[in-house]
Design a protein around this ligand. Structure first.
Ligand code: AMP
Length: 216
């Protein structure tokens, strides 16, 4: 297995791109946010611990998410390329990940940065809607469901994620700037950083651009 790390601000379109990449290329998408939300929904001990951090837009403790990611990596003996979306989220997590990769014997292919200006990020987050039943993501501006407010896949009523509410979004962007942004320099320094322009709403174009960078 080799790992690709997907970097980008909240609302940069990481999740949407990752789902599309998985669809067209067989890359496995592992979202730390999805992993945590599933744990919260299932009421596992890790989920119960994570919930209060998540509801306020703060990061959960590094070890908590790192252990969950390591469990998935160890259990997966089939995947060739694993796309990590949302982990690592800060430099200490990047160091935990490097140690874990060395222990498990997996390589880092690259860190792919989806570069998007702040105004686009804020517009995208305010339009974001999710399906509470199947987890599908939509956007009222860029990826609307066929029927207003209803999931295309399972017909459940779409919701705004608690941490997408305006007061929490501002805080998440501050957390990103303080904690996650330094990862760009971290991976540039390691000569692992590749960048694509994420400001376009053309998903097919971004997917091809990402694949080219990953396959390099
Ligand atoms: P996301 O869906 O990636 O925006 O993540 C949603 C929330 O899950 C974040 O606001 C954090 O509370 C938590 N989270 C996700 N990934 C991590 C991580 N790598 N480290 C700490 N907290 C995380």
């Amino acid at each position: 297995m080799e790992i690709v790390i997907l970097l980008g601000a909240p609302g940069s379109g990481k999740g949407t791109l990752a789902v599309e990449l998985a669809k067209v290329s067989g890359i496995r998408h592992l979202s730390s946010g999805d992993l945590l939300r599933a744990a919260v929904k299932d009421g596992t001990p890790a989920g119960m611990k994570a919930k209060t951090f998540m509801d306020t837009g703060n990061l959960v403790p590094d070890e908590l998410i790192a252990e969950m990611i390591e469990d998935v990596v160890r259990a997966d003996t089939k995947t060739q390329t694993l796309l990590l979306d949302g982990f690592p989220r800060n430099v200490p997590q990047a160091e935990i990940l490097a140690g874990m990769m060395a222990r498990v014997g997996v390589m880092l292919r690259c860190a792919l940065l989806l570069d998007v200006p702040d105004d686009v990020v804020i517009r995208r987050i305010s339009g974001r809607r999710v399906c509470p039943a199947c987890g599908a993501g939509f956007n009222v501006d860029t990826l609307p469901p066929k029927q207003d407010g209803i999931c295309d896949n399972c017909s459940a009523e779409l919701i705004i994620r608690k941490d997408d509410k305006p007061e929490t979004v501002q805080h998440r962007l501050e957390v990103y700037a303080a904690q996650t942004f330094p990862l760009i320099e971290y991976y540039r320094g390691a000569e692992k950083l590749v960048t694509i322009d994420g400001s376009s709403d053309d998903l097919a174009w971004k997917t091809q651009a990402a694949l080219q960078k990953i396959r390099g």
